[in-house]
Design a protein around this ligand. Structure first.
Ligand SMILES: *Cc1c(COP(=O)(O)O)cnc(C)c1O
Length: 196
């Protein structure tokens, strides 16, 4: 489906029901990413016979942390210290986390603003249940130039701070993400190609 990519393709599962997800799994995709806590819990339960790595890729409300934090392989959307605090309270092992960055500075999007990153990295050290492993971001819709900049910036951050995982690139912009060394693509609608 996506050629010449050596990293991990995460299927953004929000578009698909149980039957479709089983088909996708059978095609060799074993990393799924869900956006909503309630839906994640339901899908995990329905698919518990499969060996899936579950990624949480949506905004995580602090009061929902305890429902999923010990069952996911990766959290892609750590974007505030208050969330880290909640994770510290409920995690029973170290949780692999990516820092979600808001690099397009669109207020309606979640993610940490760039100017807040140094302080965030200092404060996060207190929380030993957080294992920082990378960065996540989203491009800007219909704006290839901005998206290119944003993906390049995320790569630079991963070099600067030595956090190697790069979760970026969706159905529309994964080629740009690959160009900028994405390690994890989050692909949703493009999976319909595989189901049809
Ligand atoms: C839905 C979603 C995706 C995948 O979107 P497509 O454009 O359908 O590939 C990726 N990341 C996040 C956070 C999403 O919510």
């Amino acid at each position: 489906m996506i050629k010449d990519f050596k990293g991990t393709i995460i299927c953004a599962s929000k578009y698909f029901d149980e039957k479709q997800l089983r088909k996708i799994y059978d095609q060799g995709y074993h990393d799924f990413g869900e956006n909503r806590v309630q839906v994640l819990v339901e899908k995990m339960n329905k698919l518990k016979d499969l060996d899936i790595n579950w990624h949480f890729i949506g905004h995580l409300q602090s009061n929902k942390v305890k429902e999923v934090i010990n069952d996911i392989a990766f959290l892609h959307t750590l974007d505030r210290i208050s969330l880290a605090k909640e994770i510290q309270k409920h995690a029973n092992h170290k949780i692999k986390c990516l820092i979600q960055m808001n690099l397009t500075e669109e207020d309606q999007k979640s993610g940490l603003y760039l100017d807040k990153l140094p302080q965030f990295l200092l404060e996060i050290k207190k929380y030993d249940k957080i294992e920082l492993i990378g960065f996540m971001t989203m491009g800007k819709d219909e704006d290839e130039i901005k998206t290119n900049e944003v993906f390049k910036k995320l790569y630079d951050l991963s070099q600067t701070y030595k956090l190697p995982l790069l979760s970026m690139g969706m159905s529309n912009d994964y080629e740009l993400a690959i160009k900028h060394h994405a390690t994890h693509l989050r692909i949703g609608r493009k999976f319909y190609d595989l189901l049809n």
